[in-house]
Design a protein around this ligand. Structure first.
Ligand code: NAD
Length: 710
C-alpha cells in the first residue's frame, strides 16, 4: 500500500493525500518519499492539470523519521538520504504543473520542507496549528532543502530565526511573513482554495527558478546580510558557548547557500546535515529528548494495570507561591480548584496570581476575556476545609514545616473520601515521614513542582515507603493531565533533583574558597551549558535557605544515627550569611543586586583571596559536571532513581542540566564508563572523596556496561 493515495478529479486536479500505513503520523522516510515520487510521476499525465499535496491524517506531517535517522552510522547515509529527498522535491517543483500544499494540521521539520517545495502553501486557519523547523532542538538541521528554500522565500533573517531557534509559528504569523499565501476556515474551503489556485496558475514556477530571482532582503553578498552575518554567529555563540554545533551549521548552510545556485546549495546543506547527524550532541539529544521523553509520556514509569484516572476537583492547601501556581495550571486544563489558606486575604492573593497571568495573556492576544473569566471561575479561594469534600486529589503546599504539614493533612482528610489521594509538594522533607500524619499512608505521595510552576515542565513524583501503586498511577495521570512531564523517584533526602542540583551549586561555591576567581567559576557554569552560573544561582535560591536545609538535614541525620559530612561549600555559605549577605532577596549575596542588574561583590576577593595559580577552565567545568553526574549515578545505585529516562529527563527539565549532554547519566554513557572513572578518580585525588566514582559506574567500566532501561 502506498503512503500517498492519489485521486484524480474531473477538473484535472490530482489530490495526493499522505497517509503512512501503520503510523499515527506522517513522517518523512523512504516510504513517504516513494509515495511522493509516484505522485510526481503521475503529474506527467496530460489529464492532470495540477496537484494538491495534503494529508489523510490529523496532521500534515510531523517531520523526519527519527527511527530511520538513529540507524545511520556513517555520514554517507544521511548525505544520500537528504540528496534523494531533494531530488524528488526538485523534480516536483520543476515539472511545470502547479502543486499546492493544503496544510490541514501541523507541518513540522521535514513536513514543512515538503510544503516549501510546493508552488504555494495554504493552511487551515487554526491558531493551534504549528509550522516550523524544530530540528535544531535535536541537534539537527533541516536536510530536505529547508535551509535553501526558506531564506529564498522569507529572507535570510527570518529563515535563520525559524531554523536556529526552532520555535513554531502559527498560521497567522506564517501568513504575515509570506510562508503561506493564504489561510482557509475549514477543510472544504482549504481544498477549494487550492483548486482555485491551480486553475489560476497553470504554469507555476518557484520564485527561485525565475530568471533574475533576488533573495527577499538580499543574498549573502548584500551589505545588509553581510552585516548580519558579521554579528549573528557571534551572538549565537555567546548564547550557546559553542555547545550546539547545529546552530553554526544552519548559519553556514544558509550563508554559503546564499552565495551559490540552488542545486549547489542543496548539496552544501546535505553535507552539513550529515555532520549534524553524526554529532555526539545530536545523538545525546535524540536519545533523551526524543526516545526517553516519549517513553516517559507513554507511561514507562507508571504502574501497569491501574485504570487511567482524571481529576475533576482538586484541593490545594497553601495559596503561596507554589499553591497559586499549581491552582493556575490545574484550572487551565479544566479542573475545579479549591484554594485554601489561613486567611481569606491569603487565599484571594493566591487566586489573584492567576488573574495576573491571565490579564497579561489577554493583553498579548494569547487568551480572551471569556477564557480568563471561565478559568478564574473554576478557582474557589477559601479558609473552609469542608469545601474540600469531593476532591479526588489534594496537594499540600504550606510552609516547609513538619508540624504544620501534619496539621493540614489531618484537617483535610477529615473531609475527604477514603479513595482520595493526598500529595505533598515538600522540597526537602522525606515523604514517608510526612505520611505518618495521614490516615491512609498508602494514598500519600510527593508531587514536587518547580518554580515558577506555570513555566517549569517537570513534576518529580516521590514514592513513600507505603505509597500504593494505584496512588502512584493516579499522581502520574494528574501530572500528565496538567501537561507536565512526570518522573518517578523513591523517597530519600532531597529526592533526586534537589540533591543532584545542590552538588552543582556547592561545587562552584567550594572553588571560591580554594581561591578560584569567581568570574572563572561563573563563566565555567555557562560554558558547561548550565542555564545559570552557580554563585548567581545560590543568590537566587537564597543562602539562608541553603543553611536552613543543611541544618535540618544535619539534625535529622543525627536523629537517625547517620553520619553527616558537610560539603566544603557550605562553610562559605554560612560565612556570607553571618555577614547578612543572604541572597538576591536582600540585594546582597555573592553578587550586589540592583535594579540595573548584578555585579560580583568586590569584597569576595578579600574574604577569599584569588590564588596566583588559576586552574585550567576545563578543570573547573569538569568539576561542575562530574559532581552532578556522579551524584546522579549514586542516586541510581541507591535506588532513589527508578529509571535512566527519569534521571536524564529529570536533570534537563528539573534544573537545566546541559541538554546537549542528554542528561546526567547520559553524560557518563557518552564519555564511556572507563573514561569517566579515570577522570573522576583524578578529581577525587585533587579535590576530595565526593568525586570518587559511584560503584555502579566502576562496575560498568569493568564489565563494559552502560546506563540503559530494560
Ligand atoms: P509560601 O510561603 O509562598 O506559601 C506558603 C503558603 O502556605 C502561605 O500562603 C501560607 O499562608 C500558607 N500556609 C501556612 N500555614 C498554613 C496552614 N496551616 N493552612 C493553610 N495554609 C497555610 O511557600 P512556597 O514557596 O509556596 O512553598 C510551599 C511548599 O512548597 C513548601 O513546602 C516548599 O518547600 C515547597 N516548594 C517550594 C518551592 C519553591 O521554589 N518555592 C519549590 C518546590 C517546593
Amino acid at each position: 500500500m502506498s503512503a500517498v493515495s492519489l485521486t484524480l478529479g474531473d477538473d484535472g486536479t490530482l489530490v495526493a493525500s499522505m497517509d503512512l500505513p501503520g503510523r499515527p503520523m506522517n513522517v518523512v522516510g523512504d516510504a513517504l518519499m516513494a509515495g511522493i515520487a509516484e505522485a510526481v510521476d503521475k503529474l506527467a499525465d496530460p489529464a492532470v492539470k495540477g496537484m494538491i499535496l495534503t494529508s489523510g491524517k490529523a496532521d500534515f506531517c510531523a517531520g523526519g523519521d527519527i527511527d530511520r535517522m538513529s540507524k545511520w552510522t556513517t555520514p554517507q547515509q544521511p548525505f544520500d538520504a537528504s540528496m534523494a529527498m531533494k531530488a524528488v522535491l526538485r523534480k516536483l517543483e520543476l515539472q511545470g504543473k502547479p502543486v499546492v500544499a493544503a496544510i490541514n494540521g501541523h507541518a513540522l521539520g521535514g513536513g514543512l520542507e515538503l510544503a516549501l517545495a510546493c508552488h504555494t502553501r495554504i493552511a487551515l486557519d487554526d491558531a493551534r496549528l504549528k509550522l516550523g523547523q524544530p530540528e535544531v532542538k535535536l541537534g539537527l538541521l533541516p536536510g530536505g532543502g529547508g535551509t535553501v528554500r526558506l531564506p529564498r522565500l522569507v529572507g535570510m533573517q527570518s529563515a535563520l530565526q525559524i531554523m536556529a531557534e526552532g520555535n513554531d509559528l502559527n498560521p497567522a504569523k506564517a501568513l504575515a511573513m509570506g510562508l503561506l499565501s493564504a489561510v482557509a476556515p475549514d477543510r472544504d474551503a482549504l481544498m477549494a482554495q487550492a483548486r482555485a489556485w491551480i486553475a489560476a496558475n497553470p504554469k507555476a514556477r518557484q520564485p527561485w527558478d525565475v530568471p533574475k530571482f533576488r533573495f527577499p532582503g538580499g543574498d549573502s553578498r548584500s551589505p545588509a546580510m553581510a552585516q548580519m552575518f558579521a554579528i549573528a554567529p557571534s551572538v549565537a555563540a555567546a548564547k550557546s558557548f559553542g555547545n550546539y554545533p547545529a546552530i553554526g551549521h544552519i548559519m553556514s548552510s544558509v550563508f554559503e547557500g546564499g552565495l551559490m545556485d540552488f542545486d549547489a546549495a542543496c548539496m552544501v546543506e546535505s553535507r552539513y546535515f550529515a555532520a549534524c547527524c553524526m554529532s555526539a550532541e545530536s545523538r545525546n539529544m535524540i536519545g533523551t529528548l526524543w526516545y526517553q521523553l516519549n517513553a516517559i509520556k507513554k507511561g514507562a514509569s507508571r504502574p501497569q494495570g491501574v485504570a487511567r484516572s482524571k481529576v475533576s476537583k482538586l484541593g490545594i492547601l497553601g495559596a503561596g507561591m507554589m499553591g497559586a501556581g499549581i491552582a493556575y495550571v490545574s484550572a487551565k486544563v479544566g479542573m475545579d480548584v479549591v484554594l485554601l489558606d489561613t486567611t481569606p486575604e491569603a487565599a484571594e492573593r493566591g487566586k489573584a496570581y492567576s488573574q495576573g497571568l491571565l490579564d497579561k495573556a489577554v493583553k498579548r492576544g494569547r487568551s480572551t476575556a471569556e477564557q480568563r473569566d471561565a478559568l478564574l471561575a473554576r478557582i474557589t479561594p477559601t479558609t473552609d476545609y469542608a469545601l474540600l469534600q469531593g476532591c479526588e486529589l489534594v496537594i499540600e503546599a504550606v510552609f516547609e514545616d513538619r508540624a504544620i504539614k501534619a496539621d493540614v493533612t489531618r484537617k483535610a482528610e477529615a473531609h475527604l473520601a477514603a479513595s482520595a489521594v493526598f500529595a505533598s509538594n515538600t522540597s526537602t522533607l522525606p515523604i514517608t515521614g510526612l505520611a505518618q500524619a495521614s490516615s491512609w499512608p498508602a494514598h500519600f505521595l510527593g508531587l514536587h513542582f518547580f518554580s515558577p510552576v506555570d513555566k517549569m515542565p517537570l513534576v518529580e513524583i516521590i514514592v513513600g515507603a507505603q505509597t500504593s501503586d494505584e496512588t502512584l498511577a493516579r499522581g502520574f495521570d494528574y501530572v500528565l493531565q496538567i501537561g507536565k512531564t512526570p518522573i518517578v523517584v523513591n523517597d530519600s533526602r532531597g529526592f533526586y533533583t534537589s540533591r543532584v542540583f545542590g552538588t552543582y551549586v556547592m561545587e562552584g561555591i567550594s572553588m571560591l574558597a580554594e581561591g578560584v576567581h569567581p568570574r572563572c567559576i561563573e563563566m565555567a557554569g555557562q560554558q558547561a551549558g548550565m542555564p545559570m552560573p552557580p554563585l548567581a544561582l545560590q543568590d537566587e535560591v537564597s543562602l539562608s535557605l541553603g543553611v536552613h536545609v543543611a541544618d535540618q538535614t544535619k539534625a535529622a541525620m543525627a536523629e537517625a544515627g547517620t553520619a553527616y559530612t558537610e560539603h566544603p561549600g557550605m562553610a562559605v555559605v554560612r560565612r556570607l550569611c553571618t555577614l547578612g549577605r543572604v541572597g538576591k532577596k536582600v540585594g546582597q549575596g555573592f553578587y550586589d543586586w540592583s535594579e540595573d542588574g548584578k555585579q560580583l561583590w568586590p569584597e569576595l576577593a578579600t574574604l577569599y583571596p584569588v590564588a596566583a595559580d588559576q586552574p585550567a577552565q576545563r578543570e573547573v567545568i569538569d568539576r561542575l559536571m562530574f559532581a552532578q553526574a556522579n551524584e546522579a549515578a549514586r542516586c541510581f545505585e541507591e535506588g532513589v532513581l527508578r529509571s535512566v529516562a527519569d534521571a536524564n529527563i529529570g536533570s534537563i527539565f528539573g534544573w537545566g542540566f546541559a541538554p546537549f549532554h542528554g542528561g546526567a547519566l547520559q553524560f557518563i554513557n557518552a564519555m564511556g564508563a572507563a573514561a569517566f572513572v579515570a577522570r573522576a578518580r583524578e578529581l577525587a585525588s585533587r579535590y576530595g572523596a565526593r568525586f570518587e566514582p559511584a560503584a555502579v559506574v566502576v562496575k560498568q567500566a569493568q564489565d563494559g556496561g552502560r546506563f540503559a532501561d530494560a
